[in-house]
Ligand binder design. Sequence first.
Ligand code: ZN
Length: 454
Amino acid sequence: MSTALALISALLPLLAAPAPQSGRDKELAPPPLVVDGLTGIPIDIVDLRAALSFDAKAQTAFASATMSFDTTAEGFPLFDLRQREVVKAWLDGESLDPLKLASHTVSKNCGSMRILEVSLPAGSRHELKLEYKVGTPDAPQAQGVLWREKGVLWDTWFSDLNQGRYLESWFPANLIYDQHPMTLTIDLIGAGEDHHLITNGAVEERGKHQWTLTFPPTFTAFSHLIVLVPASEVETAKDKVKLKSGMSVEVEVFARKEAKVNAKKVAARTCEILQKYDEGVGKWAHTSYCPVYIWTGSRSMEYDGGTTTALGALEHEMFHSWYGRGAKPASQNDGWWDEAWNMYVTGGAGRLPEFTKDGPPVLLSSSDPYNRITPGGSYMQGRMFYARLAQAIGDEKLRALMAEFYSAHAPNPATTAEMEQLLIANGGKPDEVRRLFHRYVYGKDGEPSPASGR
Ligand SMILES: [Zn+2]
C-alpha cells in the first residue's frame, strides 16, 4: 500500500463519521440561578433515548424517555418538558416522586423550567427516566396530536417565537446551548391507512408503522423535524442535486393536498436553493437527505437540513439550514441574527434605504441568559442593522465575513459576541461596527465602551 493510499484509508472513517459536536456545551451554558429558594443548575445532556407510541383507535399517545446528563455545578438540575402528565419517574434507577420535577417560573423571558428537586454534586453523571401521557404541550400556541378517522397527524411544530416550543414540547430537553444525540422509536397501532414519517433523522423501519429514528450529536433542542401524516393527505416527489462539494443530496417533498402545489416543481426548486447557497455561502452542513413538508398558511419553520413551510417561505426556511440550523444560535439572545441576516439576503419587503442619520436604539439581543424568545424586531429591524453594516464596510465584505462565520461554526452553536468580534476584527471599520452593534443589537444609546459593544 502506498503512503497516499494508507493516508486515504486512515481518513475514511473520519469522513464517514458525523460532524463532531463543538464540545462547548458547558462553556455556553448560562450561570446557575436561584429559583424559589433552589439553586438551579444548567445540565449537559449527553444522550436522550425515547419511545413514543400512538394508538389510533383509542386516540391516545404515551411516551417514555431516558435522559443521561452531566451536572455543571452543585445544585438542582434545570431542564424542561411541557407534557403535563408525568406518571412515573426514576433518578439513577431509583423511583422518584414526579412532584419533585415541578415547573418553576424562571424569568419573564424564559417562562418556566422544571427543576429536579434533588441536589446533585458538581461534575457528576446521572440518568433521569420518565413515563408520561402525551397531550397538547403546556406552551403558548402549541399544537397537540391531531387524531384522524384512520390515523394521526403529529408534528414536532417547533417555534422560536414562544417558550417551551422546541423539543421540550414532547421530550425532556435543555436550552439550545446543548448538543446531544437522540434515539427515538415511534410506533403507530390501529391505523386504518398508510402513514408517512417525515424526518431529518436517520430512519430504520422495524416493521409496519414502526420506526427507529437517530438524530446526530450536533443537534440541539430546536433541530428535530418529525411529522407523522396519513399518506392520503399528501403528494410526494423526489429530486436530486449534486453540490459543489461533490455531495449528492436527495430532496423529498411531501405537499399537503390542500396546498395545491406541484410537489415535483417544489423538489426541483429546493434543489436550486441548495445549490445556490452551497456555492454562495458555504458547504451544506447536513445529511444527504433533505425533507420538505409543504402546507398552507402563514406559519413556517426551519430545521437542520429540512423545513415545514408554506411555499412562499421555502427559500427563507431553507436558508436557515445555513444560518439558524447550520451555524446555530447558542442562546435565544443569538436568535436574532439568523432571522435578520436571512431577511437581508433572501429579500424581505422593499429596497434597502440609504442611511444618513441614526435611528432609535433597537434591542435584539437581551442580557437575560435564560431568554427563550426571538424578538419580533429581528426580521425588519435586524435587516436594517445589516443594511447599516453593509453601508459601513461594504456589502461584498459583509457577505464574505458572514460566510466565514458560517464556515467557522456550522453545524455548531455560535454567539452574537463571536459574530461581532469577527466583523470588528476584519471589517476594516472596527469603531463603526462596534457602535452599530451597541445601538442596533444591544439597544443602547450613547457610545460603546472600547472593550465591548454591550
Ligand atoms: Zn426565519
